[in-house]
Design a binder for this molecule. Structure first.
Ligand code: NDP
Length: 330
C-alpha cells in the first residue's frame, strides 16, 4: 500500500494506492516474512505530512511502513529459522516483507497470540508500561486519569494503574466504550467526552483531584486535567491526537500557569528511546496476561485493501483496543 498523495486535514482513501509487485529474494542477512497482521497507528498520520519530526515522512509513491508480525518464509540469517514468528516496527502495509534480520525480534506464541505482539505485548503496551511506571510514577491510592482510554495504549495504562492499586478514571468518545472500561477493564470511573464538556465530567469523576494524568489527546483534555491536578502531580505527555488532523496549530492549555503553583511535572517521551526496559516489560506483561490481570483487546479489519479504511477509522475512534489489519489467516 503506497502513499499516493499527502492529506490536508483528515486522510481519505484517495491518499492511498494499492500496488501488486513481485517479492524479491532475500539477500545475505535478510529475511522474507509473510505478514499475518499489520498495525495502523496514530503516529502514521504525522508521517503522511512532509514535515520534520522524530520519524521521517513517508515518501510519495513509495510503500508505507509500520509495525508487522508474521512468519519467516526464508531466512538468510543465522539468528532466525524458517517457520519462526517475528515482529518488527517496520514491514507493515504489505503482505510479504524482505528486510534485514536485525529489524526483527522473535514473537513467542506461547506467551500470547501473535496479534498481541502489535498490542499489549508490543509497542503500544510498552508505551503504556514505560510512560505510566517510569514517568507517571503512580503510588497505591493515587488517582490516575487516562484519555483515549479504550485504545491500544490507554487501555493498558488503565489496567497497569489498577495493578498498582490506583483509582483509575478514563475518558472515551462513546457510551459503549465507557461501559467497556467499567465492565471489562475494571476502571473505577469512565466518561464520554462527547456527552458533556470534559472539564465538568472530569471534575465529577475525580472528587479528590488527579495525581497522574496520562495524556493521549492534548487540547481540552490536557487543560481539564491541569485544572484538577493535585500538588506535585505528574502529567505524562504521550500523544496529542485531538490535533493530528488539524490544518493549523491548535491552542495550548489556557491554564498552564497552574503548573507552577501546583509544582507539576510534565514530561514527553518516545517509547523507542526506552529499549532497555523491553525485557522487564515482556516479563511483567507476560505474567499479567497469564494471570488475567491485563486483557488483550483488539479490533481487527480483514485484508490489505482495507488498511486505509482501518487507519482512517482509528483516527475517528472506530477501534476498541488495538486497531489491526489481518493479512493472512493461517
Ligand atoms: P488508540 O488505539 O488510542 O486510537 C486512537 C483513539 O484516539 C481513537 O480510538 C479515539 O478514541 C481517540 N481520539 C481520536 N480523536 C480524538 C479527539 N479529538 N479527542 C479525544 N480522543 C480522540 O491509539 P494508540 O493507543 O495507538 O495511541 C494513543 C496515543 O498514544 C496517540 O496520541 C499516539 O500518538 C500516542 N503514542 C505515543 C507513543 C510515544 O512513544 N510517545 C507511542 C505510541 C502511541 P475515542 O473513541 O475514545 O475518541
Amino acid at each position: 500500500m503506497r502513499l499516493k498523495s499527502r492529506p490536508h486535514g483528515e486522510p481519505t482513501p484517495e491518499n492511498f494506492e494499492f500496488a501488486t509487485v513481485s517479492v524479491p529474494e532475500p539477500a545475505e542477512g535478510q529475511l522474507l516474512v509473510r505478514n499475518h497482521f499489520m498495525s495502523v497507528d496514530p503516529y502514521m498520520r504525522g508521517r503522511m505530512n512532509d514535515a520534520k519530526s522524530y520519524v521521517p515522512p513517508f515518501k510519495l509513491g513509495e510503500v508505507m511502513d509500520g509495525g508487522s508480525v508474521g512468519q519467516v518464509i526464508r531466512s538468510r540469517s543465522p539468528d532466525f529459522k524458517e517457520g519462526e514468528f517475528v515482529v518488527a516496527g517496520t514491514g507493515g502495509w504489505r503482505e510479504y516483507a524482505v528486510a534485514p534480520a536485525k529489524h526483527y525480534q522473535k514473537a513467542d506464541p506461547s506467551v500470547g497470540p501473535l496479534s498481541a505482539y502489535l498490542g499489549v505485548l508490543g509497542m503500544p503496551g510498552m508505551t503504556a508500561y514505560v510512560g505510566l511506571l517510569d514517568l507517571g510514577k503512580p503510588k497505591a491510592g493515587d488517582t490516575v486519569f487516562v484519555s483515549a482510554a479504550a485504545g491500544a495504549v490507554g487501555g493498558v495504562v488503565g489496567q497497569i494503574a489498577r495493578i498498582q492499586g490506583c483509582r483509575v478514571v478514563g475518558s472515551v468518545g462513546s457510551d459503549a466504550k465507557a461501559k467497556h472500561l467499567r465492565d471489562s477493564l475494571k476502571f473505577d470511573a469512565a466518561l464520554n467526552y462527547k456527552a458533556a464538556p470534559i472539564a465538568e465530567s472530569l471534575a465529577k469523576a475525580c472528587p479528590d483531584g488527579i495525581d497522574v494524568y496520562f495524556d493521549n489527546v492534548g487540547g481540552d483534555h490536557l487543560e481539564a486535567a491541569i485544572g484538577l491536578m493535585n500538588n506535585h502531580g505528574r502529567i505524562v505527555l504521550c500523544g496529542s491526537i485531538s490535533g493530528y488532523n488539524a490544518t493549523a496549530p491548535t491552542p495550548g492549555p489556557r491554564n498552564m500557569f497552574l503548573a507552577v503553583g501546583k509544582r507539576l511535572t510534565l514530561q514527553g517521551y518516545i517509547v523507542s528511546d526506552h529499549a532497555d526496559r523491553r525485557a522487564d516489560f515482556l516479563r511483567d506483561m507476560g505474567q499479567w496476561l497469564r494471570e488475567g490481570k491485563v486483557s488483550d483487546v483488539s479490533t481487527v479489519v480483514e485484508g490489505l485493501d482495507q488498511a486505509p479504511g482501518a487507519f482512517i477509522g482509528l483516527l475517528r475512534g472506530d477501534n476498541t483496543g488495538k486497531m489491526l489489519v489481518r493479512l493472512a489467516k493461517d
